[in-house]
Structure formats: C-alpha cells, structure tokens
Design a protein around this ligand. Structure first.
Ligand SMILES: [Mg+2]
Length: 212
C-alpha cells in the first residue's frame, strides 16, 4: 500500500468510526443550549415566520378559513424550564409545570398569530395535552395574550394512547367535516404537520424533544 492510499484508508476509517459513535449526551445538551442562547433559534424563527407570513398573505381567507396551531414549543416555550432540569422528562414535573399556567410565549409565533387574525383567519389550538390540563392551558393562553380563537382541542381520555400523528390527523379531519377550511398547520413536530388536511405547513424548530 502506498502512502497516499494508506492515508486515504486511515481517514475513511476515522470517518466511519465517527459516524457510528453516538454523540456524548453532555455535548449534545451543550449544543442545544448554544443554539437557543446564541440567538440562532430566534433568527431561524424570524425567517420561518417571515416566510409563513408571505405564504398566508397570498391566501384570501373565507368565513371558515382556519389556521391550526400546536401549543408546546410552538406558541409556548418550555426551554428555560427544560434547561433548568437538564432536559430530562419527569412526567409529574411536566404536569405541575403545565398546571402553573405560566408558560412564556414565543414572540415570533405570537406575531404570526396576530398577523393571521388581522388578515381574517380563524385560529384553532390543537394540542396533545390531556383533558385534565384543559383549564390550565386555557388560562395560559389568556395569560400570554392569545385571547381570540375558535376552540382549544385537547386529548380526551379515549385518545390518550393515540400517537400524536393519529390524534392530530383525526382532529383535523373532524374540523374539515365540520366545515372548516384548514389553510395551514403550525407546529414544532412533524407529527403536528403530517397527515390529511394540513394546508401550509410551518415547522417551528425544536431540538429538545421528539414526539411521534
Ligand atoms: Mg409541540
């Protein structure tokens, strides 16, 4: 083996080794914090919302034209809470956090919400939160200034075991069957956006967790 070829094989081996190794969890968390705290999250969102406003701005909404918003990490941010607990997930802590109704808003999606209302779109909130969190969620929406919307949809007990994708797809079809025309869907998870009757899809960044 000549020297050039040996170096080539060495680099290939290093690359293959790197691609198979999992990222150290601590490093992954540091990268997530850097993304959010450096302003990159905000600048990405500024751009996403600008593009969304261009798309929705070209639609003429009718009486029943609606945009469906997810809630967690779409209009509310749990980033500071998540960072504080090291990005873990403890069901009881998450539950208590929701019940406080003090989730801060995400300013970019709040301005998209205001833009859509001013253009005459109706707004529906569709969240994977459970029925016993309805009141706390409703209170949090008002607390953050989301005072105008048609309805807030949460999971009913029979739907608790559905994947987010199944639950949200069923609910959007129900809305269509009720006469709504869904112009767009806004969410931080692909399970918020995929499935039938989604209209314009607006993906909000979320590097903290994944929901199927
Ligand atoms: Mg969400």
């Amino acid at each position: 083996m000549n020297k050039t070829r040996a170096i080539f094989f060495l680099f290939t081996a290093i690359l293959i080794g790197c691609s198979n190794a999992p990222l150290n969890l601590e490093i992954a968390k540091q990268r997530v914090v850097k993304y959010y705290d450096s302003g990159k999250y905000d600048s990405d969102l500024d751009e996403i919302v600008k593009q969304a406003e261009n798309k929705f701005g070209s639609i003429k909404p009718g009486d029943s034209t609606v945009v469906v918003f997810d809630i967690d990490e779409t209009i509310f941010s749990s980033y500071e809470f998540e960072k504080q607990i090291g990005f873990g997930y403890v069901e009881s802590m998450w539950y208590n956090y929701i019940m406080e109704s003090k989730d801060p808003l995400i300013k970019q999606t709040k301005s998209l919400y205001d833009f859509l209302l001013s253009k005459g779109f109706k707004i529906i909130f569709l969240t994977g939160r459970n029925a016993d969190q309805y009141d706390a969620t409703y209170k949090n929406l008002i607390y953050d200034g989301f005072t105008k919307f048609d309805t807030l949809i949460v999971r009913q007990p029979a739907e608790y075991d559905f994947t987010a994708l199944k639950f949200k797809s069923i609910k959007r079809v129900e809305l269509t069957n009720k006469g709504y025309n869904i112009a767009g869907t806004i969410g931080d998870q692909y399970s918020d956006l995929e499935g039938p009757d989604h209209g314009v899809q607006v993906k909000i960044p979320n590097y903290i967790y994944l929901i199927k």
